[in-house]
Every structure is written in C-alpha cells, then in structure tokens.
Design a protein around this ligand. Structure first.
Ligand code: MF3
Ligand code: CO
Ligand code: CO
Length: 256
C-alpha cells in the first residue's frame, strides 16, 4: 500500500479542485425540486464543470460510467445513474455526488438533498448520516488511526439504530480518483493506518435505515439496499494538517 503525502503546492491544486466540486453542489441546489429529471441535473452539472470551470467531470467515462454525476435516490446507496426516466417527486431524498478534475487533481464530494416535504424519519436518517461525517472530521489529526474514524462513524449510526454500509468505502484521492488507503466507515479503535499530515482522502459514510447489505442492479452500477429501505450518504475530500484537517470540499453553508 502506497499512501501519498502532498506538498503545499499539491494542496494548492487540490484546494482548487475541491472548491470546484463543492461549487457544483451549491449551484445544483435550486434545481433539486419535484418534477426535475436526474438527466437534467446531470446536464446542468456537466455544463458548469466543462464550460464555466474548464474542468473535467471525473465520473464521465470512469470504468464505463456514462454520466458526469451520481444521483442516488431513496433506497439507492450510491452510483445511481442519471436518466430522463427518473423524475424527482415530493418526499424523495437524493444524494448527488460530484467529482471534478482540475489541472490533474481530483475533488470528490456529495451531499443529500430533500425534495419537497420529506417524512420526519427520512430527515432523521439524513441528519444522523451527516453527523457521522462531521464527527469523523472532528477526530482527524496526525496520530489518529483509520479504525478510530470508522469506529466513531459506526458508533453514532448504530446508537441511532441505523447500520453502516460495508461494501463501499472512502479512499485516498489526488492525481488518481481512487488511491490508497481504503477508508472504512466501521471498525475498531486503535487499529489501521496512522494518519500523518499531508494525507488526502475522502470520508463518505453510507448509512442505512435497515440492514447494511447492498446489491448492484442489472445496469452494473446502481447500488441499492437489499431490504429496500432508505440510505443516506455525505462525502468530503480532506487533507490531514499538523493539528487537524482541512476540508477541501467545504461549501459556504458549512463552517469548519
Ligand atoms: N464519486 C464516487 C466516490 O465517492 C465514485 C463514483 S464512480 C462513478 O468515490 F463511476 F460511479 F461515477
Ligand atoms: Co469518493
Ligand atoms: Co464521490
């Protein structure tokens, strides 16, 4: 396993890519309303990344993925494919996952959107999964181990009677989309890789209302919960600093 450490010059490039990915999530918000298709959301993001940011949508063509973003609705855990057949409806929850490449460097981030008026139980899942991400971010600093992060996420999800998806994880990120290390969202304290300043990786917990098990649909991409219950995910790209972490994909609605 090779875990790359970034120089200050590398980080400057990753800050730019991260900000661009975050900006896409900020601009798409007003479009995430009942009646819009996920294809339309994809087109808006694609155009902004290519025409305004002069960047590359990393998902497009990645291992055969045919769209620029992932749109994962309700029981879809991740990797939902935008399509003109899928129209958002009142009460849906949707994760939009954006990865941009700028100047050879990646920024990867996702957030949940509530479509219209969403049932309280779904809102609660969305909130708790965001808390899982934020608790992990608060823990990050040199000397902390990946198992500590996984444990803290799992602990918070399970304390709320939810489960953590095991089949997908966070990842190192930089010049490559997915690098070492794997960042599991469950685990045991005091195990796994010891964090050091300069590491860059994502934390992207997927939290399920029911069982943690998933299946991939016949399209080869769409990951759903086996029991059909809701799933929620939030993702940031971060850099480990001397005394904590820098969230490279922070949005203006967030204060780190
Ligand atoms: N953005 C996803 C991640 O967080 C990966 C999507 S790969 C794709 O790692 F091909 F589905 F786009
Ligand atoms: Co990711
Ligand atoms: Co992502």
């Amino acid at each position: 396993m090779t875990v790359n450490l970034r120089s200050e010059q590398d980080l400057d490039k990753m800050r730019i890519a991260g900000r661009m990915a975050a900006e896409v999530l900020e601009l798409i918000e007003e479009h995430v309303i009942p009646g819009v298709t996920t294809e339309e959301l994809d087109q808006i993001c694609h155009r902004h990344i290519v025409e305004i940011q002069s960047a590359i949508p990393a998902c497009l063509g990645y291992r055969g993925f045919t769209k620029s973003i992932c749109t994962s609705i309700n029981q879809v855990v991740c990797h939902g494919i935008p399509t003109d057949k899928k129209t958002l409806k009142n009460g849906d929850i949707i994760n939009i996952d954006v990865t941009v490449i700028k100047d050879g460097w990646h920024g990867d981030t996702s957030k949940m959107f509530l479509v219209g008026k969403v049932p309280t139980h779904a809102q609660r899942l969305v909130t708790v999964s965001q808390e899982c991400l934020y608790l992990a971010l608060e823990m990050v600093r040199p000397g902390v181990r990946l198992g500590d992060l996984g444990h803290c996420i799992q602990n918070h999800a399970e304390a709320n009677h939810y489960t953590v998806v095991r089949d997908y994880c966070g990842h190192g990120i930089g010049r490559e989309f997915h690098e070492d290390p794997q960042v599991l969202h469950y685990g045991r304290p005091n195990t796994g890789l010891v964090l050091a300043a300069g590491m860059t990786f994502t934390i992207e917990p997927m939290v399920n209302a029911g069982r943690h098990t998933t299946k991939v649909k016949r399209d080869g991409w769409t990951v759903e919960t086996i029991d059909g219950r809701l799933s929620s995910q939030w993702e940031h790209t971060i850099a480990v600093t001397q005394d904590g972490c820098e969230v490279l994909t922070a949005r203006s609605e967030e204060s780190f």
